[in-house]
Ligand binder design. Sequence first.
Ligand code: NAI
Ligand SMILES: N[C@@H](CC=O)C(=O)O
Length: 346
Amino acid sequence: MTEYKIALVGFGGVNRGFAQLVADRNAEWKETLGFTIKIVGVTDLFLGSIVAKDGLDAKQLVALPVEKGAFAQLPGGNAEAFNETVIKHSGADIIAEATFTNPVDGEPATTFCRWALESGIHVVTTNKGPIALHGAELKALARRNQVAFEYEGAVMSGTPVIRLAKQALAGANVQGFEGILNGTSNYVLTRMKDGLAFNDAVVQAQQLGYAEADPTADVEGFDVRLKVVILANELLNARLNVSDVACSGISNISAQDIAQASANGASWKLIGSADRAADGSVRASVEARLLSNSHPLAGISGATNAVSFKTELLGAVTVSGPGAGRIETAFALLSDIVAIHTAHGK
Ligand SMILES: NC(=O)C1=CN([C@@H]2O[C@H](COP(=O)(O)OP(=O)(O)OC[C@H]3O[C@@H](n4cnc5c(N)ncnc54)[C@H](O)[C@@H]3O)[C@@H](O)[C@H]2O)C=CC1
Ligand SMILES: N[C@@H](CC=O)C(=O)O
C-alpha cells in the first residue's frame, strides 16, 4: 500500500478543504484509490508552520483557529512560516501549493514550485500564476527532475477540464474554446439578476470561498485571462503571454443593464475564449458578452462554470461543473495525486 507524504503550502480555504478530505476519507481512499495520505508539514504566511515526519492529525489541522501564528499552539509548531524548510526538508513526496494567485509575476508561488521540483518532489497546485506565467519553465524543470507538476484545479476548480481536453480529446483537433471560467463573477451576475447589489454579491462570493484574495482579479477579468492563457497554451499549443489577451470585466455592468437584458431574453456573461486562425496564430480575449437565453452558456448560473471546446471531429464538446469552492478545489488536488499515483505509483 502506497502512503504519500504531503506538505501543504498555504493553509487557506483550499488546503484546509484538502485536510478535511484527508480527515474524512483516508480510509476510503485506501480501498478505492490504492493509497493513503500523510500530512507531514504545513506552512502559511499568516498561521505559521509545522513539520511532523510521523504525520499530523488532519482533524486537528482543520480545527485550527484562523489566528495569526496559530500553528504555535500545536506541539512542535511555529508562529513563523518556514516555507523553504517545509517544502525541502519535511520529507514530503508531494507539495500541495495553494497560496494566493499573483497575476503579475506568479510569485512567491513559482519559487515554491521551483524549490520542490528541483528537490525531486512532485507538485500539485491550484494556483494559476505559476502555470500561466512560468508554465513552460516549470514543466521542463519537472521533466528534468523526473517528477510531476500537476494543476488541474487551476481552471474550473475540481471540474475536470485540462486532463479531459488533453487526454480524452487528443486527436479530436481542438481549434478553440469559449467559456465561463470564473465562479465569482458568474455568481455576482446571477445574484444581481436576483436583485442583490454588486458589492453585496462580491462579499457573498468571498464568504463562500470563491473569490481571490483581491476580488478585483475576479470582477475585472484578470483571473479569467490567466485561465485563458493556460488553456490556450495547453490545448492549442499557443505561446500566449498574459499581455496578448485583451481583457475587460463585469464591474461596469449595472443593475439596470442586467434588468434590461432579462427583459429582452438575454443574460450578461463574462466569457473567456481563444481560437486558432487559418494562419495558425491564436487569438484570445476576455470580455462581458450579452448572450441570448438560447445560447448554451446563458443558463450557467452561480459559481458553476462551463467551457465549450470547438473540435474538428466532434464539433462542440461542453463541460460544466463547479468553477470555485473550497472542497471542490481540494478535490482537484486529489485528482492530481491520483494522476501522479497512476504515472509514478508503486
Ligand atoms: N477558492 C477557490 O475556489 C479556488 C482557488 N484557486 C486558487 O487556489 C489558491 C488558494 O485558494 P484559497 O485557498 O481559496 O485562497 P486563500 O486566500 O483562502 O488561502 C491562501 C493562503 O495562502 C497563504 N499565503 C499567502 N502568501 C503566502 C506565502 N508567501 N507563504 C505562505 N503562505 C502564503 C495565506 O495566508 C492564505 O492562508 C489560490 O491561488 C486560488 O487562486 C483555484 C481554483 C478555485
Ligand atoms: N476566484 C476564482 C477561483 C477559482 O479559480 C473564481 O471565482 O473562479
